[in-house]
Ligand binder design. Sequence first.
Ligand code: FEO
Ligand code: CA
Ligand code: CA
Ligand code: CA
Length: 764
Amino acid sequence: MTIAHPHAGDRCVDPDDVGTNPTDNPRFDEIAASRLNRRRLLGWGVGTAGSALLAACGGGGGGGSGAFLPAAPATAAPAPSGNVDTSPAATPPAAPRLGFDAVAKSLADVVAVPAGYTASVLYRLGDPIAAEVPAYRNDGSDEAATYDRRAGDHHDGMTFFGIDASDRWDPAHATRGLLVMNHESMTQLFLHPAGRTVSGTGNAAMRTVADEVQREFYLHGVSVIEVERRDGSWRYRQDSRFNRRIHAVTEMVLSGPAAGTGDMRTRYSPDGTRTRGTVNNCANGATPWGTYLTCEENWAGYFRRIGAIDDPQRSPRELASFQRYGVRGVGGSSRLWATPRPDTADHLYGRWNAEIAGATATDDYRNVANTYGWVVEIDPFDPSGTPKKRTALGRFGHEGACLGPVVPGKPLVWYMGDDAQNEYVYKFVSARAWDPADVGAGMVAGDKYMDEGRLYAARFNEDGSGDWLELGLGINGITAASKAYAFADAADVLINARLAADAAGATKMDRPEWTAVHPKNGEIYLTLTNSTARSAGGANITNAANPRAYTEGGPSLSSGNPNGHIVRFADAGGEPDAVRFAWDVYLFGARSNAGPNVNLSELDADNDFSSPDGLWFSQASPGLLWLQTDDSKYTDVTNCMMLAALPGRVGDGGAKRIANASYVLTDNDEVVGHVAEQKTFVGKPPGADGLRRFLVGPVECEITGVAESGDGRALFVNIQHPGEDTSSLRDPAAFTSHWPDGGNARPRSATVVITRDDGGVIGL
Ligand code: FEO
Ligand code: CA
Ligand code: CA
Ligand code: CA
């Protein structure tokens, strides 16, 4: 029997909604939540986010600061991240002001931008990037072998590399550049003639049409495309020599301390120095020498490893690692890439099977999952170059890698979120000090700065201070005698960085997404998108940096921290290798009509939002922050959005006590309320001049990925998976979105370019 599974394994459960951190926070998972009787819960009084309970515990006011604050930055103006500034004493420009009227919340199937702006579609799923490739038919019939020269699906993080007339990197270039972007995942329903074709169920499920799997390999990864403004409008050049797709089959070099170790050996690479492909490339990053970083986020679910078959053959260390990273892809819940038969001569399908199948590690792919979960460096100026997975930056569910202040003579630093419930935020500090002579040196510079350094995980203290805990063998409890995991050597600490951060005592966060570094003061912003992990009553459900626990309605009843928040922190002295920092919560996501213990940033109808994810500071307009949402909690009112912000700095608000209202479910399914105070540090409310909605996307999309031309007069934004909840191809008129092509077309992820009708700078 053949059955079609519309986008099964891709959307129904967002993998980063499911945590794999077993350490001792109480959890109240979604299975228990489904037992809740909504009426009874509302009757009990927490349906409006606990505002009614505020009086019961004495109010949520507070005052005073008391937070540890760092000394002033060592240099007056750290260089913008992603750019190169060798004159740190440059005079800061005048304070920017937002210069557009807010866009209203919307459920329409359009990209809405402010009056006086135009959003144009630039690069859609399937668009050809080589001269010989025909236009995309978008009906599932396009030839699979052409997809390695077409736009991938689920556009995500993105960087614009300006190029001059000599084809060299020129960050300030305004009208021509390489746009490099991630393609995180796919909506399988719209990729094939009738959804994906599968036979069998559970662990016996198999993909029976190899062409479909080949398409999916190619639709993941990264695009490099040349874009230019000509005759007043932006387009990509279909025949550029720079155009390139990197995907799930592309050869990659493993680099840094974990490369060439026993845990990286596979049949494909017996010496453990190579692998093939990159997947689930979420956010991105850049280097000061002009290369692109792509980050592997929810990679674990791509591998087949059936516990009943494989677990008995594995060591306790291997089992602990699989458990901590969630490598347990079975049956219909995975993409089933390991299943087409027969396999190819170079085992393109079998390499997704992470089970022990041969005599030794070089006879099978038992270690293949260790070759994923990294930050990958790509030189977009070298179309035939081999990407490198930089193992010194640690292995986890990498969301992005944001470059910190770039100062000659000082180390380089990248800040990185690990997006799953209760995971951590990390930083990598290079061993070598930055030398501006390395600009343009490509992967050689990567070898110099990214293969040797120190990895840290963050602990946020209750008093507003923080500590960077170094993850190194023999320190911070990371030893062969560690309780949960016996670390073998320095490479093992990197391959199992989550376990190392557990041992060191890092702070569990509400799903760390993007990081962004303020180009004027070097402070770091971190989106924490949302979490259900703080919904249970009792002790220790919140901490000062993840302080809210409440319940609200919406598309469904949600408990924990449904709307997310944005933490920011300042490394002590502005030094990249500081081991202390000060933090506060810059912004809390909330509905504008939520109670005062939820809408702590006093959002109004023009700037309220939920589930922050994408986050990026403009380089052309220093101080202007773009904030994007990936939301499932406010979608009864509005589609996902992008906002412009002008944040202040750490400590511009003050200490506050939040009255949280959470609940426990007894064995008898009785809901018992729990009210607890949590102290935190809240930034100054942004107000209408500090945060304003700039864009609302089409139905069921995520807004993610943002980049600008060198002059800030063109803004590139990605619209990911419009119409993703469509359940059937039977009636095209019933697709939940037809964006961007309209009519009865299948929806497509796409890049839009936004310009101002008067040619001015975007946002100001
Ligand atoms: Fe791919 Fe965490 O967003
Ligand atoms: Ca994201
Ligand atoms: Ca997200
Ligand atoms: Ca998404």
